[in-house]
Design a protein around this ligand. Structure first.
Ligand code: HEC
Ligand code: HEC
Ligand code: HEC
Ligand code: HEC
Ligand code: HEC
Ligand code: HEC
Length: 199
């Protein structure tokens, strides 16, 4: 990155809240050239290194944080630019370059790549299909496998976490009436059901 671009980007990044040092560490011997996503994205709601997301890649000792869970990680010995995930696709296909703003976009909808997907957790990072198809199918998945697997993203209290945010404006017609979610709203089981078990 050229110096001017780096400077312009630096002020943008600072305004957004993640400065160079948050990912690369302070200039000096501990500086990390190629930070790993999992130093901040340390796992799921059921297994993580203290939080699902941290705002600094370094732990208290100033070293890159070890992730308790590899769900959102770059595989060992690879760099982000080369690594692949779901369907053998490069991470960059769905998340873009680490230096864009915000630092990672998400390609969440299955439809651009699949006509129809029949799976419970075969999507990226264990995600299920989205929309009407999943609304009709998820009850059976829970009846068969239990709700424990859902808590990875919908939270130990099933009220939603940063891992179950609506990725776009959503509007569903359900037997509980019309349900609308603004982009970014954490979706939990209680968003539609009266409690963790359907009433
Ligand atoms: C959200 C985290 C994040 C932030 C913030 C960030 N970077 Fe990076 N940066 C990365 C990642 C991840 C890589 C490595 C990509 C790879 O391994 O393919 C990288 C790579 C680089 C590289 C290439 C290093 C090499 O040896 O190939 C440079 C230079 C760099 N960043 C500079 C900066 C500067 C300057 C800033 C602040 C203006 C910054 N970065 C902010 C995550 C970040
Ligand atoms: C310095 C810690 C840090 C590093 C390193 C980091 N992230 Fe993040 N990431 C965050 C935080 C904090 C948020 C939440 C941002 C907010 O709430 O403003 C986030 C949000 C995200 C989101 C959600 C964006 C959205 O629209 O909801 C994605 C996807 C993401 N990061 C992917 C990545 C990828 C891919 C990498 C590796 C290239 C990475 N992150 C590296 C801290 C980090
Ligand atoms: C087919 C698209 C796709 C590919 C390929 C992909 N991801 Fe993701 N990624 C997603 C989706 C969708 C989410 C949102 C999941 C959620 O919020 O539950 C996500 C979320 C993330 C997050 C953010 C977790 C958080 O805190 O919100 C990180 C970090 C991440 N992915 C890293 C990676 C890495 C590293 C790779 C490559 C090894 C990769 N992803 C490959 C689609 C993809
Ligand atoms: C950017 C494109 C992309 C997105 C977005 C995407 N996938 Fe995939 N997916 C692929 C590719 C490529 C493969 C590998 C296909 C193959 O091996 O034939 C794959 C494979 C799969 C498989 C393995 C079984 C099969 O059909 O081959 C499942 C299940 C799956 N995806 C589910 C999902 C779900 C659910 C979503 C949305 C939450 C999703 N995918 C989003 C590209 C994508
Ligand atoms: C967007 C609204 C919505 C959300 C969010 C939601 N559900 Fe449902 N749920 C429904 C609807 C509608 C049905 C009935 C679907 C059908 O039969 O077509 C249903 C059915 C069920 C059933 C089948 C039993 C029954 O009464 O039909 C179970 C079990 C269930 N949901 C559990 C869950 C769990 C666990 C979560 C959270 C991880 C969750 N649901 C999140 C709307 C929702
Ligand atoms: C890997 C993370 C992850 C897991 C595991 C997960 N969910 Fe979700 N769930 C999400 C995300 C992200 C959304 C919001 C997607 C959107 O609308 O953009 C969501 C949305 C939903 C919705 C609303 C429909 C929709 O398209 O938004 C229902 C219903 C639901 N989940 C039920 C479940 C059930 C039941 C389980 C367990 C069998 C489960 N989820 C497991 C991440 C997850």
């Amino acid at each position: 990155m050229c110096l001017l671009a780096a400077l312009a980007w630096r002020s943008l990044a600072a305004a957004q809240g993640l400065a160079c040092d948050a990912c690369h560490g302070s200039p000096g011997p501990g500086r990390v050239a190629a930070p790993l996503c999992q130093s901040c994205h340390t796992g799921t709601a059921l297994r993580n290194s203290g939080r699902i997301r941290f705002r600094s890649a370094m732990d208290e000792s100033g070293k890159p944080r070890q992730a308790a869970d590899a769900t959102f990680g770059v595989p060992l010995n690879l760099r982000y630019a080369q690594a692949t995930g779901h369907g053998g696709l490069k991470c960059v296909t769905c998340h873009g370059e680490p230096h864009q703003q915000p630092h990672a976009r998400v390609l969440a909808d299955c439809a651009p790549c699949h006509q129809k997907v029949d799976t419970i957790e075969g999507g990226p990072h264990g995600l299920h299909p989205l929309g009407e198809q999943w609304i009709a199918a998820h009850g059976l998945a829970v009846d068969e496998a239990g709700a424990a697997a859902c808590r990875k993203c919908h939270g130990t209290d099933e009220r939603g976490t940063v891992l179950s945010r609506a990725q776009a404006e959503r509007r569903f017609q359900t037997r509980y009436g019309e349900k609308r979610f603004a982009r970014g709203t954490p979706i939990g089981c209680y968003s539609c059901h009266a409690g963790p078990s359907p009433a």
